[in-house]
Design a protein around this ligand. Sequence first.
Ligand code: NAD
Ligand code: LMR
Length: 332
Amino acid sequence: MLEPIKVVVTGAAGQIAYSLLYQIGKGDVFGQDQPIIMHLLDIPMMMGVLEGVVMEMMDCALPLVRGIVPTADPAVGFADVEAAFLVGAMPRKEGMERKDLLSANVKIFKVQGQALDKHAKKTVKVLVVGNPANTNALICSKYAPSIPKENFTAMTRLDQNRAQAQIAARLSVGIESVRNVLIWGNHSSTQYPDARHALVKKGAEEVKVSDALPDTAWLQDQFITTVQKRGAAVIAARKMSSAMSAAKAAGDHMRDWWLGTSDGSFVSMGVISDGSYNAPADVVFSFPVSIKNKQWTIVQGLPIDDFSRGKIEQTGQELVEERQEALSVCED
Ligand code: NAD
Ligand code: LMR
């Protein structure tokens, strides 16, 4: 058994955390041999609710959970953490775009960046879930200059999981038969879900999804818009934003970062852009990445046609605009 690690979840009294905490506690994220001390951070007003969450976590009787620290103090919440799930932020309501949350949420990530900088381990792996996730992750990193930029990521794994599920359903195969479906850019309605590099198992072999599903019209239109608008569709139906699927995606993202991806497979993560694939630099952009020894690397050399180039440019432009707005909100 390994030494326990400290893991913080912010927004710990909220709906995503309610599903996420159990996954982390039962070993689905950091492995079955990794004990965990859970730091649960929320705002003072939510401490009563958080007390109930702590009772439930205890009552789950999870052998890997070696301690639970509920708090409203970022200095306590972020102390010596090795992994941080930054979930705490306002969710959007029906009719809003995620970037409409920017002015309300971005300052949370400024403050939490400063707190991570002061109190967390310098190797901390930060996953930003709170929307607008990409730009919040950028701001968080900018206010945590002593932690490498590579340690701040934004969640587009939910979009990837949605895209993979759409393809599997269309091909009438199991979800595990499909891999390398990609999300480029922003976790917003400009994101580009891309199945051009995706593979599907056919008997003992793997073939390109585009060969198994020669329906270019569906792949270039309905598939893309379904994934782009899935968050809004869930809100319209549930009157609350996605939570179970968001928690599952957060667990998937951190597990792959912690334990690595398998050879030839890649996953989508919002990471600091170096300008690969002509994306704008210095924004948090979702790229295909492979992961070894807890370090992600952008997968290079995928062929990009004119259709994809246009989509990557459009979502990159939106991130540049969000960056400008976020920086000016943080200066106020
Ligand atoms: P929720 O309202 O149920 O919970 C949010 C929690 O965050 C609340 O308990 C609130 O008190 C807490 N909080 C607010 N400010 C905080 C702060 N400064 N520090 C600590 N905690 C704070 O919301 P939810 O459904 O859990 O969603 C949380 C966020 O995740 C939203 O912004 C939502 O849009 C986003 N989200 C992102 C994705 C994604 O794919 N990236 C998916 C789903 C939801
Ligand atoms: C999602 O994609 O479901 C979340 O980002 C919530 C939202 O606002 O759509």
